[in-house]
Design a protein around this ligand. Structure first.
Ligand SMILES: [Zn+2]
Length: 349
């Protein structure tokens, strides 16, 4: 089945998605891109009132429905305040270390949709003015960062005249790149790598005319990074939710950038044991490289669904992603292995 995943298509789509800004709360363009890809497969999606996308794959059985979910929203920023020097104070969208956006290129989207490029810089940035120690100390806090717009402005009034306002969204440049060795380097692989794996699996199912064992809803959420993406929108009669989100890679983690991670427990507690064992058995039988892992500072849309009172069983899998919430990296094999395990899951009882 792995061979039925079109890797070149998947990578091309992932690049397009990575280059479509979708900071939490401003995700319509990414959802529209996905919607169009599913429409190409003959699958008409449906948007929820919160802007998420639902695509249903009818199954052999319509009872005991399933949902598979990934999130298109990413970390980002919002203009908190226009400073007297014309630069912008940043309010973060999602959780990240301020130092990880220091020096990063960005775009500010004004209320008319105009995009103005800029750079997030420390307020004490130039070492020709400040001592290196002062520069170092200021890298730890968001309020010591500001966005310098690529426009002629030295005052609040001049920045306002550009159309920039408090509340405008800021997207960080993903710097997406696929290397000749199959690595994918970019911001926001969390969770766009999983979105690509889901689309790849849906495409393989549709093009090979494979029907899922149970009717399965693909749910692309839009508020995961702020904790409530999966809290609403997943059909109430679904009995099983498979959340697909990045596997944690780094010191002490079992996961790597090549395997599909199967999460046993994260910050929200353990996932459903029977479902996890079934996923491990499917990976073993299909010889899919996998790693069972525990994540410490993490929660998923599956947990959000649970916390909102959804009674389904929930499990979590995903491609291993290094250096999450900074400049991340995975390998195409991790995306393939995730898509492959999803294909096995969809077809199994
Ligand atoms: Zn995520």
């Amino acid at each position: 089945m792995a061979s039925s995943i079109d890797l070149e298509y998947t990578k091309a789509f992932l690049l397009k998605l990575l280059n479509t800004p979708s900071p939490t709360g401003n995700t319509d363009a990414a959802i529209a891109l996905l919607e169009a890809e599913f429409l190409d497969l003959g699958l008409q999606g449906k948007r929820t009132t919160k802007g998420a996308l639902l695509v249903t794959l009818p199954g052999k059985k319509s009872n005991a429905g399933r949902a598979v979910t990934a999130h298109v929203d990413t970390l980002g920023g919002m203009v908190k305040e226009i400073k007297e020097n014309g630069r912008l104070l940043i309010s973060n969208l999602g959780g990240y270390y301020p130092g990880s956006i220091s020096g990063v290129y960005c775009a500010v989207e004004t209320s008319t949709g105009k995009k103005i490029s800029g750079t997030a810089l420390l307020t004490k940035q130039s070492v020709h003015i400040h001592s290196i120690n002062d520069v170092h100390d200021s890298a730890q806090k968001l309020n010591t960062l500001e966005v310098r717009l690529d426009a002629r402005t030295r005052s609040k009034a001049e920045t306002e005249a550009l159309g920039v306002q408090t509340g405008d969204f800021i997207s960080w440049d993903p710097r997406a790149e696929i290397t000749g060795t199959g690595f994918i380097k970019s911001r926001h692989l969390d969770d766009k790598a999983s979105v690509a794996a889901m689309l790849a699996a849906a495409r393989a199912m549709t093009q090979n005319k494979i029907t899922p064992a149970h009717t399965t809803t693909f749910y692309f959420s839009t508020y995961e990074e702020v904790g409530h993406g999966g809290a609403a929108g997943i059909p109430a009669d679904v009995e099983e939710i498979l959340a697909i989100d990045m596997g944690v890679v780094g010191e002490g983690q079992a996961g790597d950038e090549f395997s599909v991670s199967i999460c046993a427990k994260d910050g929200g507690g353990p996932y459903d044991l029977k479902m996890r064992r079934r996923l491990v058995a499917l990976a073993k039988t299909a010889k899919i490289p996998y790693k069972v892992d525990v994540y410490v500072n993490y929660s998923s849309d599956g947990t959000a669904a649970w916390r909102a009172g959804h009674p389904a069983r929930v499990a979590l899998i995903g491609p291993g992603v290094d250096s999450s919430h900074a400049y991340e990296r995975t390998h195409q094999e991790a995306i393939l292995n995730t898509a492959h395990l999803l294909l096995e899951y969809l077809q199994a009882e």
